[in-house]
Design a protein around this ligand. Structure first.
Ligand SMILES: [Zn+2]
Length: 194
């Protein structure tokens, strides 16, 4: 099985997901799209865990919104240059679990289609984004606990610095994948406007 065969399109596979791939829009820390497509891919093992989390969310009246999933290596380089802080962006030498297809960034949506307020935005590189930061108001603490319970129930684990990030417990044992889609427009790659 090739690298690329190990990835599945979770938007197609699980139509109950909300999808908002932030790196396909300008609404991310680089201030510009770094994916040329909003294609939402995940390693099939992580997709199995996600199916369980989707089921658990549904039982409690929530939907999962995906903010990022598989991330091409070239996009990881752009993120690192935009934010060379290893608390929030994995150094290039180590490789991101997103590039392995084994990590996913998510939040929760309620029955009215509203995002639950987690107290900080996705990719807000601040201590307040740490999942259990004691300075946050109770409502945000509880929303984060809900998200954790739903994702942990599927078999994911969290990390200490980002409330939105979840990955398989052995995420880093998977190989880094070769870039699957063209992630950056040629103009951005070359630094030259058309
Ligand atoms: Zn992440």
């Amino acid at each position: 099985m090739s690298n690329q065969d190990s990835l599945i399109d979770i938007a197609e596979q699980y139509p109950q997901l909300h999808i908002d791939m932030k790196y396909a829009t300008a609404d991310n820390i680089t201030g510009q799209p770094i994916y040329s497509t909003a294609t939402c891919l995940l390693h099939r093992h992580a997709a199995v865990a996600l199916a369980k989390s989707i089921e658990i969310a549904g039982i409690a009246g929530f939907s999962i919104k995906v903010l990022d999933a598989y991330r091409p290596q070239r996009a990881q380089e752009l993120l690192w240059h935009a934010c060379p802080n290893q608390d929030y962006v994995v150094p290039l030498s180590q490789g991101s679990n997103h590039t392995r297809g084994t990590a996913i960034d998510v939040t929760l949506v309620d029955t009215n289609g509203q995002d639950l307020d987690m107290g900080t935005h996705f990719d807000e590189m601040d201590e307040l984004s740490h999942p259990y930061h004691p300075s946050l108001a109770l409502a945000f603490q509880r929303n984060r606990l809900l998200l954790n319970a739903i994702m942990f129930g599927g078999g994911f684990v969290g990390i200490a610095t980002e409330w939105w990030h979840f990955e398989l417990p052995n995420a880093s044992e998977y190989p880094l994948l070769n870039d699957v889609f063209t992630n950056v427009s040629p103009a951005q790659t070359d630094g030259v406007l058309p």
